[in-house]
Design a protein around this ligand. Sequence first.
Ligand SMILES: Cc1ncc(COP(=O)(O)O)c(C=O)c1O
Length: 376
Amino acid sequence: MRFDTLLVQSGQRPTSGAGDAVPPIHLAATYERNVQDPQRYYYGRGENPTREELEECLAALEDAGFATVFASGQAAASAVLSLLSAGQRVVSCDDVYSGTDALLALIERAGVEVHRTDLSDPGRAAEALGAGSRLDLVWIETPTNPLLKIVDLETVCRLAHDRGALVVVDNTLASPALQQPLRWADISLYSTTKSISGHLDVLGGALVYHDERLHERLRTHRTVVGNVPGALDCYLIRRGLKTLSLRVARQVESAALVLAALEDKPSVGAIHYPGLSAHPGHRIAARQMSAFGSIISFEYLGDHTKLLEQVRVFAAAVSLGGVQSLIECPASMSHAAIARQALLSRGVSENLVRLSIGIEDPVDLVADLRAALRAG
Ligand SMILES: Cc1ncc(COP(=O)(O)O)c(C=O)c1O
């Protein structure tokens, strides 16, 4: 089956005997002991059919062996980092989601060495991943949040694998509809809170990968730590996933119109979007993504607080990838937990504004932004 068919049909196991066209939600926290098959279902923290249906679908979308879902993107990320121990070394993109940055700081305190660098810069990537200090894990985000930098997955994964390191790609911004990291990397990571569920009404995370030994370690970690998503949340995420391609196609189309509306405005400085031919990662993005996504960031030369107050169709809120368009200022909102100086050193200024384009009528989105830019 092809991608869009898998979105609708993969992992759907109607089991009630009533002929449900949609699988029932399995709410049980415990299961009656099954003497015939004692390993199958035992206790909800370990296994749940509704959760498994979502996992089957996420694995199928990337033609992967396995997927493991978590209670949030952060929980998925911390499961990956739980694979590390003191004395090991991570190289990570410097421009990452602030929660990832906070998790990296936690493992640094536990004795793991973390080297942050701009992996979208080929020279810096080669330097950081070249022979020398040990290398155990490479953490890539592409496009990055919030600067929309593009990391060359093929090259960086090859360098990392030459050193025997595991590579994880946070594919949240692109989603599996636009980018398939497992063509090169070992683990695709998602905040399923974003495009995968798509409706800004549920939190979740996922890891998708091929390796069976990795699967055992990640499953054991999840069962022991207990950061499992509930069955209702898994159902909502699975339901949202059915329309992923439709939503993303519409969002990408509207992003192009919003971009055009930003381009000639005197109050708009540099625009960061990999679809722009002047973007340093444009050619690599064109090679490894099927479209450039629906997140745009730009330097706003006016008062950004006013801009956020002026919008009527966009909601001033963190998060991204949902049906509703959002606007935010990373330095004071999504990435506020990172020290100002550290943000500035990686190019995130107070003036940076991030847009997440939803599925509303693009005419309304453009008109809203134009009016807010005029008034701000
Ligand atoms: C790129 C990226 N990765 C991970 C996360 C964390 O996901 P969650 O909020 O579901 O824990 C986010 C959240 O904004 C994100 O933008």
